[in-house]
Design a protein around this ligand. Structure first.
Ligand code: F0G
Length: 477
């Protein structure tokens, strides 16, 4: 049960069973359950030490509430499971592929759909082809795998979110927007021919799950078109983004969420989507393109590394679940519950005095660890400290999105910190109920006391790319 502020919400509930009530019930019943193993504080201490204070290195059965990611962690519906039984596992031309392809074509309007096993596989194919030394990619904020796939080719990835994006507490309807003044400047400085692509990430995951407005997408589209620069949408969470557009942008009050998403796709030259988010599945992704030649080149790479063009890295049953999931995600009852339940956690934390990115984004709550642990310098990773405390106190797994994830070194190996030190509490779709969330709130209440005694961390081992996944830590002092 989620208590809600209905005046903030679109009039979806009029005429529904919930009209006149302020409580929203989860719009599903639970048919299958997965037990959660309860651990003791002693056990968690040992588990975390063994994981070198990196929660990615924990076993899932050592975790009570897993808010590490909303990716691939969705609960599927009975319709999705039923569809999976119809999975056609033929190597070529499977009927399951036709269902997935038709659904994506009708949603996006793009001519060419390339299936991949997840989002980063599509990134590797497209940005591997477009990248290379001397090429520049520009985004509101590149997600970590996007940046890694671009930089791996020798190209550079530049983030230009609007300035409001870093004003953590400021209320702004579309903090996910890309700074179009900077975009024009960058294109003219670098030369349009050196730009690999402009990538608009909706919602902006690394920037707090904040939405991008249609007006911003239109402006980016016009700038790209007039400069002959490729415009790609990173559409992982486009249904959640559509919810915010309908709620906050003038002229969209009466449009369906799916139509809003289709309009946004229509502005770009192509899209990459990790279906592990708004596809409501545990595995899957796609690359979609308008251009015949670009698509032909990418299809070659797809076949060499992912799989044949009618399955990518997916089995037939995966493709069946995707075709259904992409319909379900635009259901107004689902989307309303989804966004409001994330906001419920954020609003309650804020009332308690936990500093966080405001307003609350679509898929996660982002705690500002730099001010939560203001005594821990950024070189000692305050975000990592909060991630560890959440686990030790309540078995809650979260992820640092700060200088562990995005920090770099200068020539003298001094840390160049990330712009923000955040801890993300990502909410898996249709998985946890309100009592799980109440528990998380109680854990935070306890963490608020004795904050000044918590110590930071230093890194004892790190790989070259995506260091947060495998890094090892030691407590300072
Ligand atoms: N783009 C965005 C905006 C993402 O959030 C992700 C994944 C990807 C691309 C890559 O997709 O995982 O299917 O390869 N985000 C996950 C997360 C991992 O936890 O936010 P993938």
């Amino acid at each position: 049960m989620i208590s809600l502020i209905l005046q903030q919400s679109p009039a979806w509930h009029l005429g529904s069973v919930m009209e006149g009530f302020k409580t929203i019930i989860e719009p599903f019943k639970i048919k299958t359950v997965e037990p959660i193993k309860m651990t003791t504080a002693e056990q968690r201490k040992v588990f975390l030490e063994r994981a070198h204070y990196n929660t990615f290195l924990l076993q899932s059965d050592q975790v009570a509430i897993d808010l590490l990611t909303d990716s691939g962690t969705s609960a599927m519906s009975s319709d999705q499971w039923a569809a999976m039984m119809r999975g056609d596992e033929s190597y070529a031309g499977a009927s399951s592929w036709s269902k997935m392809e038709d659904e994506i074509k009708s949603l996006t309007g793009y001519a060419h759909i390339l299936p991949t096993h997840q989002g980063r596989a599509a990134e590797r194919i497209l940005y591997g082809y477009l990248g290379g030394k001397g090429r520049t990619f520009i985004s509101n904020t590149h997600f970590d795998t996007t940046r890694a796939n671009i930089e791996f080719t020798g190209a550079e990835a530049i983030d230009i979110p609007v300035p409001e994006a870093t004003h953590i507490l400021e209320n702004h309807a579309f903090k996910g927007n890309l700074d179009t003044v900077k975009l024009k400047k960058l294109i003219s400085e670098k030369g349009a021919e050196s730009i690999g692509a402009v990538i608009l990430t909706v919602t902006n995951n690394s920037g707090g799950g904040q939405p991008v407005s249609m007006a911003n997408a239109k402006e980016v589209s016009e700038i790209c078109r007039s400069n002959n620069v490729l415009f790609i949408l990173d559409a992982c969470r486009i249904a959640e983004n559509s919810y915010f557009i309908r709620l906050r942008e003038k002229g969209y009050e009466n449009k369906s969420y799916r139509d809003i998403a289709s309009e946004m796709f229509s502005l770009a030259d192509g899209a990459i989507m990790s279906l592990k988010k708004d596809g409501l599945v545990n595995m899957g992704g796609f690359l979609a393109l308008r251009d015949d030649q670009l698509s032909a080149a990418c299809t070659e790479l797809l076949i060499v590394t992912e799989g044949y063009a009618t399955y990518g890295g997916l089995s037939g049953r995966d493709m069946e679940a995707i075709a259904v999931g992409l319909k379900e995600v635009f259901d107004p009852d689902y989307l309303h519950y989804r966004i409001r339940s994330t906001a419920y956690l954020g609003e309650r934390l804020r009332n308690m005095g936990v500093p966080l990115i405001w307003p609350i984004g679509g898929h996660a709550v982002y705690v500002d660890a730099r001010s939560f642990y203001s005594h821990i310098p950024v070189e000692q990773y305050p975000g990592q400290a909060l991630v560890c405390e959440l686990y030790l106190m309540g078995g809650i797994r979260s992820v640092e999105i700060g200088s562990v994830m995005f920090g770099k070194y200068d020539e003298s190996h001094q840390l160049i910190p990330a712009p923000m030190e955040l801890v993300r509490l990502a909410i898996p779709r249709r998985v946890y109920t309100q009592s799980h969330i109440e528990f998380v709130l109680e854990v935070f209440e306890k963490l608020l006391y004795g904050r000044e005694k918590v110590k930071g961390f230093e890194i004892t081992f790190e790989p070259r790319f995506l260091r947060h996944f495998m890094a090892r830590f030691r407590r300072v002092g």
